[in-house]
Write a protein that binds this ligand. Structure first.
Ligand code: SAM
Length: 250
């Protein structure tokens, strides 16, 4: 059983809330049973249960383990806010595939009306989905889900990354090179190709405007295609991530 600990020090861990409840009531674990715990930030350990109560479980650390579930490349997904609960799908599947973080953002041709008042609740839900997906995928980190950015905020953040891939399909054909060629070029120019910090930007159901594409390019993004077919926004994020994980070899 793989779970994120509420508190984690060299000797012991504590689990609380739903996770503690799940261990006691659903898994029916007993003192002496072993679990694998992560601190959600890259540390992982084998631990032996010592104290069990429905809302709180204590365990003694038997062995700290090297991080196992993390790719060398850190890939952040910037996803234009999609309709309905598609963002949840992007976060859940993206976490399984290996995303390091998610940045929801607003863009011109978004088909949803962004409601700032609902942001706190949505972020809370998105972060819970990232945590559960990270646990089930045996990740050693829980991908961060950042607060929703405006378009300008996103463009201003591009300098933080080694490479930024702007997923763009254009009427009448794809512009730019494919993602594979772009990432190979980025890796071949990197000082340490085994630990790249990458950002993938995916547009909304209505696609990006030409102005957005040229602003992203001016801020350093490379425009890339994801193949000859037009993918739905939530599919595009997963395809881009899967391609990058494949190229990274992890
Ligand atoms: N109308 C569909 C929908 O409801 O989702 C398709 C939307 S597509 C315009 C959404 C985004 O996915 C685009 O802005 C782009 O970032 C990405 N995308 C989809 N297919 C792509 C492709 N073949 N190459 C590059 N990006 C693509």
């Amino acid at each position: 059983y793989f779970v994120k600990a509420e508190s984690f020090n060299e000797h012991s861990v504590t689990l609380e809330g739903d996770d503690a409840h799940h261990l006691v009531r659903v898994m029916r674990m007993k003192p002496g049973d072993e679990i694998i715990v992560s601190d959600g930030e890259g540390r992982e350990a084998v631990a032996k249960l010592s104290g069990l109560a429905p809302g709180r479980v204590e365990a003694d650390i038997l062995e700290l383990r090297p991080v196992s579930g993390e790719p060398g490349w850190s890939v952040t997904v910037a996803q234009a806010l999609p309709k309905g609960d598609k963002m949840e799908l992007v976060i859940q599947k993206g976490t399984e595939i290996g995303a390091a973080a998610f940045v929801p953002f607003q863009s011109e041709r978004m088909v949803v009306q962004y409601d700032e008042r609902k942001e706190g609740k949505r972020l809370e839900r998105w972060r819970k989905i990232a945590k559960e997906a990270a646990e089930q995928a045996h990740r050693s980190i829980i991908p961060a889900v950042r607060p929703v950015l405006g378009w300008r905020g996103l463009v201003a953040s591009l300098a933080q990354y080694d490479s930024v891939f702007f997923c763009y399909e254009k009427e009448g054909g794809l512009s730019g090179s494919g993602l594979r060629d772009a990432v190979r070029a980025a890796a071949s120019q990197a000082a340490d190709p085994s630990s790249l910090k990458l950002l993938v930007i995916v547009g909304p159901e209505g696609g990006f405007t030409e102005r957005e594409a040229s602003e992203a390019e001016a801020a350093g993004a490379v425009t890339v295609g994801l193949g000859k077919r037009i993918l739905r926004t939530e599919t595009a994020a997963m395809v881009a991530l899967a391609c990058l994980m494949y190229e990274s070899g992890e």
